[in-house]
Design a protein around this ligand. Structure first.
Ligand SMILES: [Zn+2]
Length: 244
């Protein structure tokens, strides 16, 4: 066993731990804006629904107003007909006016009924709308708080990652460049760890069996040994506890 190989492997393991942590931090850095964006979309969707409800109420109010106008018109016409009734000269004229009045009274009654029901309905609609609006405003506040917290988290993660990246550069400086090249290459190609232990004669990265010869080479630690299947750097599982 040469101390150099052992040291390289230990150095790579420290790098692996840093890289795991950096991966976790980078993932969180990506998650924060995504989470803000998702919540923002939800809030905008709710705002849209609230606007639609507001629009429906406006339209309904216009319809109600039109019916109130109609009601007035009927009332005026009926008053006019009542005056005409007084001055009717023939029975025929009298009953014609009466028929018209009855017809208008019927229409007026229908409109009155509609207005009364509509006022009830409008009341319910406005109550529901107020509740929705309050819920939305509460949600908006929650979102603002969440956004603030996530942005704060993001700043922390980024600064933490910055410190670790510097630490990584320092570590790289002391490592065997060839081993580092292999480590970085396989890490980028496969994702996850670039160095894995040999457990029970299988590669801890791809779980394929290691040949007897390779196993002996890994345990001897005289050179850097790669898994033939996944190309990850292999280290003996008792590396850290082993005597020098
Ligand atoms: Zn492997």
């Amino acid at each position: 066993m040469t101390e150099t190989v052992r040291q390289t492997l230990i150095g790579l393991l420290e790098l692996r731990d840093l890289d795991r942590e950096l991966t976790r931090l980078h993932k969180r850095c990506e998650e924060c804006p995504a989470l803000i964006e998702k919540n923002n979309r939800d809030v905008e969707h709710d705002r849209g629904e609230l606007d639609t409800k507001r629009q429906v109420i406006q339209t309904f109010k216009k319809e109600l107003h039109q019916n109130e106008v109609d009601l007035k018109v009927y009332e005026e016409k009926i008053t006019k007909l009542n005056h005409q009734l007084v001055g009717a000269r023939t029975n025929q004229e009298y009953s014609a006016i009466q028929d018209q009045t009855l017809l208008l009274e019927k229409k007026k009654g229908d409109v009155e009924t509609w207005i009364l029901e509509a006022l009830d309905q409008l009341d319910t609609m406005e109550k529901t709308f107020t509740e929705s609006e309050q819920e939305f405003n509460a949600r908006l506040e929650e979102f603002k708080d969440l956004k603030g917290a996530l942005e704060k988290d993001l700043t922390e993660y980024e600064s933490e990652a910055g410190v670790m990246e510097q630490e990584r550069r320092d570590k790289m400086y002391n490592l065997d460049p060839d081993a580092l090249k292999v480590y970085d290459r396989v890490r980028k190609a496969l994702g996850g760890d670039g160095i894995v232990s040999v457990d029970g004669r299988t590669c801890g990265g791809c779980y394929m069996a290691i040949t007897n010869n390779d196993f002996v080479r890994v345990v001897a630690m005289r050179e850097i040994v790669l898994c033939k299947s996944c190309q990850r750097i292999l280290y003996p599982s008792d590396l850290k506890t082993r005597e020098r």
